[in-house]
Ligand binder design. Structure first.
Ligand SMILES: Nc1ncnc2c1ncn2[C@@H]1O[C@H](COP(=O)(O)OP(=O)(O)O)[C@@H](O)[C@H]1O
Ligand SMILES: [Mg+2]
Length: 235
């Protein structure tokens, strides 16, 4: 049984008629536990729309999303919020670190609403996991871009969510910082983390196992990257 089952998802914006945008049309695929999947496509192809639906943040116009045998959009809003917190970690292009909180305090944020004991200890252990064990008490402004990205990723996985979702995680980063982020994703994947990464940058997909390509809201390719990586070198 796949961890994620996307069945015939469509998403329309606006009312019926000429102005209605068909952001996703009849998209179906499955994601296995532990898989590292990249979703690519040109601007406007529906990547962010799909990620928002996968992230339990935006109900589809039709179709279903089943994660761990839970029909996500059949849940009440409140139950869906609980589901999101338990199952999903998010890394956004804008890191959204709180500037006046230290690294360890930023990573503790998702734990505030949980009943974890030893929140600070768990946040510290997670920062160690991403190589920032010696920077726990730094403010974001006292860290490099790559370190700030690591804090954001630590915050996304501190709860040990089964799925990590990332939207253009290296989109705005210089190449060295981008390398750090991709290296960390690779590490988390090797530790068993399921990762779904949206990107329009071919270089970002090199460690992903699988590539789903979108165009005009439809899947136009679904490939194992080991078969396509040589070709992307020429893009
Ligand atoms: N909230 C919205 N209202 C209206 N149209 C939207 C909205 N969000 C996205 N769209 C449209 O849906 C299409 C897909 O957008 P998006 O998923 O953001 O694409 P991508 O992330 O691949 O650039 C685009 O035509 C976009 O303009
Ligand atoms: Mg987008």
């Amino acid at each position: 049984m796949s961890l994620v089952v996307v069945n015939d998802l469509s998403k329309y914006f606006g009312n019926d008629g000429d102005t209605q945008v068909h952001a996703l049309e009849h998209v179906s695929f499955e994601i296995a536990n532990g898989e590292y999947l990249a979703i690519m496509g040109p601007s406007g192809s529906g990547k962010s729309t799909l990620l928002a639906i996968l992230g339990a943040m935006s109900p589809p116009s039709s179709g279903t999303l089943v994660i761990d045998q839970i029909d996500v959009y059949a849940l009440s809003q409140e139950k869906r919020a609980d589901f999101r917190r338990e199952y999903l970690g998010f890394v956004f292009q804008q890191l959204q670190l709180i500037p006046y909180l230290t690294a360890v305090e930023n990573v503790m944020l998702p734990l505030v609403v949980t009943n974890h004991k030893n929140k600070r200890e768990l946040a510290a252990t997670t920062l160690e996991r991403v190589g920032l064990g010696d920077k726990l008490n730094r403010l974001p402004s006292e860290m490099s871009g790559g370190e700030q990205s690591r804090v954001a990723i630590a915050r996304a996985v501190v709860n040990n969510p089964p799925i990590l979702l990332a939207d253009e995680p290296v989109g705005s980063l210089d190449s060295k910082t981008g390398e750090e982020v991709l290296g960390l994703f690779k590490q988390l994947h090797s530790e068993g983390q399921t990762i779904i990464m949206v990107t329009h940058n071919p270089e970002s997909i090199r460690d992903a196992e699988r590539l789903v390509q979108l165009k005009d809201g439809r899947i136009v390719a679904d490939l194992m990257t080991k078969d396509v990586i040589p070709a992307t070198k020429f893009l």
